[in-house]
Design a protein around this ligand. Sequence first.
Ligand code: NAP
Length: 296
Amino acid sequence: MPAEPVFGRLALIGAGLIAGSIARRNREQGGLAREVVVTARTPETRARVRELGFADHVAEDPAEAVQGADGVILCVPVGACRSVMERIAPHLAPGTLLSDVGSTKGSVIRDVAPLLPPGVVFVPAHPMAGTEHTGPDSGFASLFEGRYTILTPLEGTPPEAIERVREFWRRCGSMIETMDATTHDKVVAIVSHLPHLIAFTICGTADDLSEETRESVLKFAASGFRDFTRIAASDVAMWRDVFLNNREAVLEMLARFTEDAQAFGRAIRWGQEEFIVDRIARGRKIRRGLIERKQA
Ligand code: NAP
């Protein structure tokens, strides 16, 4: 790892899976920041971060956390970005590099960019890595390894600021892609948000069945349903905010999915074997493609 860290003092606002993984990465491998300051909303989480010891300093609130920081990353649910930004904006020194890890980019840019103080550069980012676990205990240093991080820089951003954020995520083990926020939001709507919507829905449908059937569902849950329940175990606040803040793209993908699912249903009804075989074969092909790209 190169000797000079990307940041001197890095403030992570939020102390869950993503912030905890960044801080642990720095603890174990170095190279990200000379000092990592973490803060969380509740005293319970702050106390737990102190116990776990993955941060160099635990700040009582976001305003204190960003004092003297040359790098700040918002690691809170996307719906909380505006209120956090309102808290920290008066305390951000000129020259600070601000970033985030939010799963939606259009909404975060909408909420954060207008509040940027002069001299503070904002480079939005989304590490496409996660698990269904949340909170300060859930992070681990290798979370981002071999996974993509998407940057959605605003027009006119100094290239050296973008490069600094790229280098940061490279040192976390990520591969980096850059795209505009609208494209990002459409891509994640299909690869992440719609699959979660389907998982939450299928679990809800099973839960609505009669008591007796539900027992059987749980008893005989083969890998298909079990995989859905893993996705559906995700954090409530995070996913509430994702759906509310990527509304257009999720609704567009849901409409397309619904049409395709109905076509599948029609093929089953009319015994259209060729259609059914083609759909299953396409699924297998996509899975093989993921394995070849080491993204499975
Ligand atoms: P997490 O484990 O649930 O942690 C969220 C953190 O944000 C906690 O420290 C929490 O503090 C704090 N927080 C929650 N609501 C807040 C509010 N209203 N105001 C201020 N702070 C608040 O979440 P995470 O998985 O790390 O996700 C953080 C961000 O990363 C989200 O924007 C998410 O979209 C994005 N992301 C998540 C994943 C994933 O798979 N999990 C992947 C990529 C990106 P307390 O504990 O004190 O409540």
